[in-house]
Design a protein around this ligand. Structure first.
Ligand SMILES: C[C@H](O)CC(=O)SCCNC(=O)CCNC(=O)[C@H](O)C(C)(C)COP(=O)(O)OP(=O)(O)OC[C@H]1O[C@@H](n2cnc3c(N)ncnc32)[C@H](O)[C@@H]1OP(=O)(O)O
Length: 732
């Protein structure tokens, strides 16, 4: 092997890109910034230099690009976007995309093959797309996640992907930021062959030599046309996708800009498309949406960094077998998530019927994935072998984690945990999904050395990406480290919260729903309230949220909150009245909305009758000011109380850092990520303004709006709500 050790000026060589030439004449160029081989302008310049050098050398016949230590490249350092470091113009970014990736790499007179393993995302994936062939392991993960950051693929992804896989598939991958496996990529001819990891480099080198010898096609992705549909068909598809995006998300422009760029390339040629892409990237990376979404990325990354817990050298213990106690919808949802993450799961319940139903639901969930093409039949069969239903504790002696999900009856839970205490090994972690019963109370009949943590999955475990881990005074650092790792393995973002009523998400939803009740009982229109909040970007307005959760759950939580926070609870009679009239939310097809058999919601004028009843029961009169609020005022009157509650949680140290509440609000309550989460957004509104509004409303409408001491103090000092998330240093 010929290996470059010194540069011409005698300095140590740049080790970010390694290059060596094998006896077969293939230069292997390795992106070497482990663990993820992230890209920066500097790394790309070094890569360009090494490729040019290999092209120049007579001894080199062909080139393979790969990444070190099992990852190709997870793409560009995202701090390069949305931040204050906006030095580069679109010409310079265009230079990378055109001068390097297109005119050097793709136009190389020697074949270049990508050997893809592990993560190949964003700019990393775009480099692979420009190579003349791609060989991948079956489990590598490929994708273009740029839209998650309010930008668009900036190194030719908008031009090359549609030409390689056709427009419909490319749009799906780009617009959903969906990652696909090497196998899936091979099925759609995005990679040319699959190879086991230990043979990957050998296969890629051979493929490159085969291209050279004309035994394999020399494919230039940018100029392929065979997968592109006729122009009229492409335009129809792009227009329908545009309309869909505008309907679903009218507040953000980056998906539309991305579609324009794709269309431009189809109409005016891919090279023009590349320039348009570079210009668009330059514009978008300076937007507020980009700044907010990059903040959410780093906020999510930092939820699992807990001072004094994750920085004291503890390693997560292995969790192999998990027992779920319960036969509910939630139990089945949790079991589905777990078997998909390759955990061995036993579901236990007291009666055969409920247990069978529970197991049946897990299988139906998995079958649904097969039908949608998200899982192969073979994988389905394998995953099903990980699941077992039991009625006794016989199989519990090697269980590492128990998740209790039985009805919220204290004595029942206490009995279950007393039994578990006898049957499970000492290292087994005991967790409960309850959000109502005090965790300390349900463990009272266990040995004193045992502890119970809360683990909160939200109503649809496979849909919600958030996992609340609830710690008590007794929770050990080791248990937290184990559960944080467990959360990551099941692909959730875990946030650690202190044991308190509602934890983080419910506690923020509480004022969200209560403020809406208060406004509606004083004259505001329920449907205008929902529309104002969804137009602002929330996934669900408060009344749709209540319908979706079901009024039974709302009633239980109301009681709990009224009990815990009587001073700031708004007591409404609306839900109890509607329940008495057989309206209990979406599952009864009637709540604040009515639902048809396609689960579509329609406003129902009937509800004014119940609102009137609630008003007269509480002796409330309509306030003309509240009956004529603008959408903007509604948003403030509903979200400022949410921020107020978030401030209380910060001051009570319920969460580890304030940005955890951004994550909780985005993933748990549907706050728009492009506004950065509740705390990030409130910085842009200004605490002084928020505080003065809350003070004004508390004088007019009561204690519910009273700003908490922490917010008052921050507003008076004009300081922020806790430290901002630390981001990686920009390397652009
Ligand atoms: C021009 C181009 O088109 C634009 C682009 O390329 S945009 C960038 C596209 N790439 C991405 O979005 C990848 C983002 N990263 C991820 O999703 C995940 O890190 C991953 C799935 C790749 C790996 O997950 P995992 O193995 O759990 O590692 P993870 O802990 O997340 O990351 C390791 C470290 O790298 C950092 N990191 C990962 N990707 C990063 C990125 N793109 N930018 C900056 N930092 C990044 C993480 O913050 C973390 O830092 P820390 O050690 O200080 O906490």
């Amino acid at each position: 092997m010929e290996n470059q050790q010194r540069t011409n000026d005698g300095k140590s060589p740049d080790r970010k890109i390694l290059s060596e030439v094998g006896e077969n004449g293939v230069a292997i160029i390795t992106i070497n910034r482990p663990p993820l081989n992230l890209l920066s302008v500097h790394v790309l310049l070094s890569l360009k230099e090494k490729i040019e050098e290999a092209i120049r050398k007579d001894s080199v016949k062909a080139i393979v690009i790969t990444g070190s230590r099992g990852n190709f490249s997870a793409g560009f350092v995202v701090t390069a976007f949305g931040g204050s470091q906006q030095r580069k113009t679109h010409r310079e970014l265009g230079f990378m995309s055109i001068d390097f990736i297109t005119d050097t790499l793709e136009a190389s007179r020697k074949p270049i093959v990508a050997a893809v393993e592990g993560f190949s995302l964003g700019g990393g994936f775009e480099i692979a797309l420009a190579c003349h062939a791609r060989i991948s392991t079956s489990t590598s993960k490929l994708g273009l996640p740029e839209l998650q950051y309010g930008i668009l693929p900036g190194f030719g992804g908008t031009q090359r992907l549609p030409r390689l896989v056709g427009l419909p598939k490319a749009l799906e991958m780009i617009l959903t930021s969906k990652r696909i496996s090497g196998d899936e990529a091979c099925n759609m001819c995005l990679v040319d062959a699959i190879s086991p990891s230990d043979q990957l480099l050998g296969s890629a080198c051979q493929w490159a030599l085969d291209i050279l010898e004309c035994r394999r096609p020399w494919s230039i992705s940018l100029f392929r046309t065979d997968r592109l549909a006729p122009l009229a068909e492409a335009r129809t598809l792009l227009n329908s996708v545009r309309a869909q995006i505008q309907k679903q998300n009218p507040n953000v422009i980056h998906p539309l800009v991305c579609i324009d760029v794709i269309e431009h390339g189809i109409l005016c040629g891919p090279r023009n498309g590349l320039w348009k892409e570079a210009e668009a990237l330059h514009e978008l990376r300076q937007s507020d949406s980009c700044r907010s979404l990059v903040h959410v990325f780093f906020a999510k990354q930092s939820t699992s960094k807990i001072p004094g817990i994750t920085d004291i050298g503890l390693l997560p213990r292995k969790i192999n077998k998990v027992a779920i106690l319960g036969g509910s919808l939630m139990s089945s949802g949790i079991a589905t998530v777990l078997v998909l993450a390759n955990y061995y799961v036993i579901m236990k319940y007291i009666d055969q019927n409920s247990l069978q139903n529970g197991i049946g639901r897990v299988k139906a969930n998995l079958e649904g994935r097969v039908k949608e093409g998200r899982m192969t039949q073979e994988h389905y069969k394998k995953v099903c072998t990980l699941l077992k239903g039991v009625l006794s504790y016989d199989n519990f002696k090697d269980v590492d984690l128990v998740i209790e999900d039985v009805p919220d009856i204290v004595s029942l839970k206490q009995q279950f945990f007393a039994d578990l205490d006898e049957c499970c090994p000492p290292h087994c972690i005991f967790a409960s999904t309850t959000c109502i019963v005090n965790l300390d109370l349900i463990g009272e009949r266990m040995k004193p050395c045992r502890e119970i943590v809360g683990i909160h999955f939200f109503s649809s475990p496979s849909v919600t990406d958030l996992l609340e881990i609830v710690r008590t005074e007794r929770t050990s650092p080791q248990t937290l480290v184990d559960l944080l790792n467990f959360g990551k393995r099941i692909q959730k973002t875990p946030i650690v919260v202190q044991n308190c009523t509602g934890f983080a998400v419910r506690r923020m939803c509480f004022p969200y729903l209560q403020a809406a009740m208060l406004l509606v009982e004083h004259g505001a229109d329920a449907y205008q309230i929902d529309k104002a909040l969804t137009s602002f970007g929330l996934k669900l307005g408060p009344f749709r949220m209540l319908d979706q959760d079901g009024f039974q759950s709302a009633a239980v939580h109301d009681v709990k909150f009224l009990e815990t926070f009587p001073d700031r609870s708004y007591k409404s009679n609306l839900i109890p009245i509607m329940r008495k009239n057989n309206r209990a939310g979406e599952y009864t097809c009637q709540g604040f909305y009515t639902y048809n058999d396609k689960e579509e919601a329609s406003p129902d004028p009937e509800i004014s009758k119940y609102i009137e009843m609630a008003r007269s029961m509480s002796g409330i009169t309509i306030k003309s000011k509240l009956a004529t609020l603008s959408d903007g005022e509604i948003v403030e009157m509903i979200l400022f109380p949410v921020l107020n509650e978030a401030c209380r949680m910060i001051s009570e140290a319920i969460i580890v850092k304030s940005s955890d509440l951004d994550v909780a609000s985005v993933l748990g309550m549907g706050f728009p990520g492009y506004r950065g989460g509740i705390i990030f957004w409130s910085h842009s509104v200004g605490f002084k303004y928020i505080c003065s509004k809350l003070e004004e409303w508390s004088k007019e409408y009561g204690e519910f709006f009273k700003p908490c001491a922490y917010l008052v103090e921050r507003a008076s000092k004009r300081s922020s709500l806790g430290a901002q998330v630390k981001q990686a240093k920009s390397l652009l």
